[in-house]
Design a binder for this molecule. Sequence first.
Ligand code: F6R
Length: 616
Amino acid sequence: MCGIVGYIGAKSALEVVLAGLKHMEYRGYDSAGISLVTENELFTRKKAGKLGNLQELLTEPGIPSSNLGIGHTRWATHGAPNDLNAHPHLDESGKIAIIHNGIIENFSQLRKDLTASGIKFNSETDTEVVAHLLSNSLTAGSNSLADAMREVCQKLHGAFTLVAVHADSPDVIVGARRNSPLVVGLGVGENFLASDVSAFIAHTKNALELGQDQVVELRKDSVIVTTFNGEVVQAKPFTVTWDAAAAEKGGFDLFMLKEISEQPKAVADTLRGRLNIDHILKLDELKISEQELIEIDNILIIACGTALHAGLIAKYAFEEWTRIPTSVEFASEFRYRNPVVTTRTLCIAISQSGETMDTLMAVRHAKEQGARVLSICNTQGATIPRESDAVLYTHAGPEIAVASTKAFLTQIVATYLVGLYLAQLKKTISTVKIQELLILLASLPAEVDLVLDTIEEVRGLARKFANNKSVLFLGRGVGYGVALEGALKLKELAYMHAEGFPAGELKHGPIALIEEGLLVVVVVPSPTQQPVLHEKIISNIQEVRARGALILAIAVEDDQIVDEFASHIVRVPHLNPFLQPIVSTVPLQVFACEMATARGHDVDQPRNLAKSVTVE
Ligand code: F6R
């Protein structure tokens, strides 16, 4: 939520910041703004709507040339998405500009106090209090903008990344973070600040992780990091493992289409280095001891949205392979209850961004209760992996489209690696069986590649149903998680009523939704590998057909039984039942993407959403 960019160096700050903001837009696109610092002057422009509106505004003549600038793309929390609430926000003197990601929870009291002291506010945001507090701190004698930032941060509650500049300090940008992301990009004679590395990857791959409650002073030749109390700390350096091209559309019309098509490679990258040539599983990077893992007696998966659906699928595999009872919880619900968690609980947090606030808070809650936390994450150095006892990175590469695709497939694969590793340690399935499953996992990239051949057929179907009001998705077993994922994709992209159900639950209420012509997408299990489930789902199909529904079946290639019951069939490769979701999800991603396109929506940036949800 909200993208942040800062630049100081020798280049045009306007150009670097705007280019960085283009890569940050996935984090929010309600408004955008920049501030440039020139010799003791601040130049600020901001505009509601997407970045394009700001860029248009910046075609005006007379924009000062500057080598220091900050920029922001907003996902609105406090105050409507209009010009006034757009960031940066200024203090009364107009010399300090501040941008912010997160929520300042005690802003209301701070605002009352500032108003009582005579300060006039220009916006409804929580952010603006920081501009005035910084100004007060400097007036009261703080030696520098960084000192003022350290003092002010200690007064703030909640989650925040803050980046400030001062017209009278044209050689420094000051950033701060608590529970919200901020990374430093290290250049030669130039440095960068951003919510994530994609904002500066075109300039440098060298980066620094900032820890909790730290302030950073960025000059063109130096970076100083301190705690909020002013103690200097060594930030952890890291090198970005992907290059600038990975964050571009690369010839595709949409990031989502590009990311769907990258799935074979993403799955291969998740597996890389983790299976050796004899298909023995090696997860050396898991920093929880073998003995501790052997002693685990329950698994708790916490996640949100798509990542939660990956967890729901993993639960079936974990219980089958490891015989460890596994529960899956919405992070936002887990966080606010009194769960039964022990030191023998393995909490698995799944998060693409590694910054989702609900998941982060749930991780902390689980740790406080004594659980060991293993995170499955796609973003190097993000907060959730940093706070976990161990991390398994999915290595899917940057996911820019707001709707998650390759992250989902790779999350399932990563959970399976963990499940098989536990089974290997606990000896709950034979070595031969584990090797067989690993060989099947290794074949997944090729299988996903095959299913991509159905793209055009699925697009045709999506266009056919684009005017529908509602679509239901049914599945059983691991297919239930796929049904939920198909429905979520359709809701978030096509803004259409869509719901996923376990097919057996339908008759307990939701069947009342069925009416003539309603499209029901059914994820059909294999008739040979899961004959009982297959039979049951055919009965469920009949129940809804009898009430006028049209059936779109996602069925394995050799399932002929389904032919007479479905109006439309999309064929997917026939795999081991646990691997089936990896291929069955792909047509549903394409279906939602095309449905949204046909309905005229912005697929990569759906309304009201942001990629990284850093507020609770
Ligand atoms: C849906 C989607 C979201 C995310 C959820 C968790 O397409 O992307 O539901 O899956 O917000 O995000 P991460 O995985 O970053 O924790």
